[in-house]
Design a protein around this ligand. Structure first.
Ligand code: PGA
Length: 233
């Protein structure tokens, strides 16, 4: 089974920089991974030959929602995946909104990449299980058992740093998340990890329990990306 590799380009690239990166990516052999490229809305067209994901979406299909981009509209841009509930967006989107977005993605034939994860305070107060359960249960409320979902475990304190969490900690969290998904009767899922993955630490977190990885900063550096792909295939 190929590993999933989600490239969350965040707001790192101008249009011209995206064009330059895309040119470099075209020379890389990605055939051994399931690559999903998530550019900014404005750069979606640049990566149109890749498996496309969006970094966010709005839950209504159409209407007077200034500045929003609906899952419905994204589906016409060949967007097949959408990151929902990323830690960097959770301050704008409460769990109820995340749930609406997950349902909007599924309604529009997209696979949600649902991000969940505890903060450092949650971890210190031993609230990780409680937080993961709340985030997962609320986000997946009303989702049917056969719906495809990707769950990205991304502890907030591991995002944008230099060190991912330990492989054993990821595997423990995955065990618990699998139990929760089982309780919710969700069967078609993949579990991936994201947070501070680089070419120098990817080897430490390779595991048969992990279906794939979500990259932030490393996804916009061609040398990082090339080495990471080589390591995980
Ligand atoms: P990072 O970002 O790889 O730069 O830590 C990961 C993420 O935000 O999902």
């Amino acid at each position: 089974m190929k590993k999933i590799l989600v490239c969350n380009q965040k707001m790192f690239l101008t249009y011209d920089e995206a064009v330059a990166l895309k040119k470099e990516m075209d020379d890389v052999n990605f055939s051994k991974v399931d690559l999903i490229v998530c550019p900014s809305y404005l750069n979606l067209d640049v990566f149109k030959n890749y498996n496309l994901g969006a970094q966010n979406c709005f839950y209504e299909d159409k209407g007077a929602y200034t500045g929003e981009v609906s899952a419905y509209d994204l589906s016409f841009k060949n967007v097949r995946y959408v990151i929902i509930g990323h830690y960097e967006r959770r301050c704008y989107d409460p769990d109820e909104v995340i749930n609406l977005k997950v349902k909007a993605a599924l309604r529009n034939m997209m696979i949600p990449i649902l991000c969940i994860g505890e903060t450092k305070t949650d971890k210190d107060l031993r609230r990780t299980s409680e937080v993961l359960k709340k985030q997962l249960y609320k986000a997946l409320d009303g989702v049917s058992s056969g719906d495809d979902v990707i769950i990205a475990y991304e502890p907030a304190y591991a995002i944008g740093g230099e060190k991912p969490v330990l492989k054993e900690e990821i595997e423990d969290a995955f065990k618990y998340i699998k139990k929760l998904l089982n309780e919710k009767n969700i069967t078609n899922y993949k579990l991936i990890y994201g947070g501070s993955i680089t070419s120098s630490n990817i080897k430490d977190i390779l595991s048969s329990q992990i279906d794939g990885y979500l990259l932030g900063l490393s996804s916009v550096n061609i040398n990082e990306l090339k080495t990471i792909v080589k390591c995980i295939k």
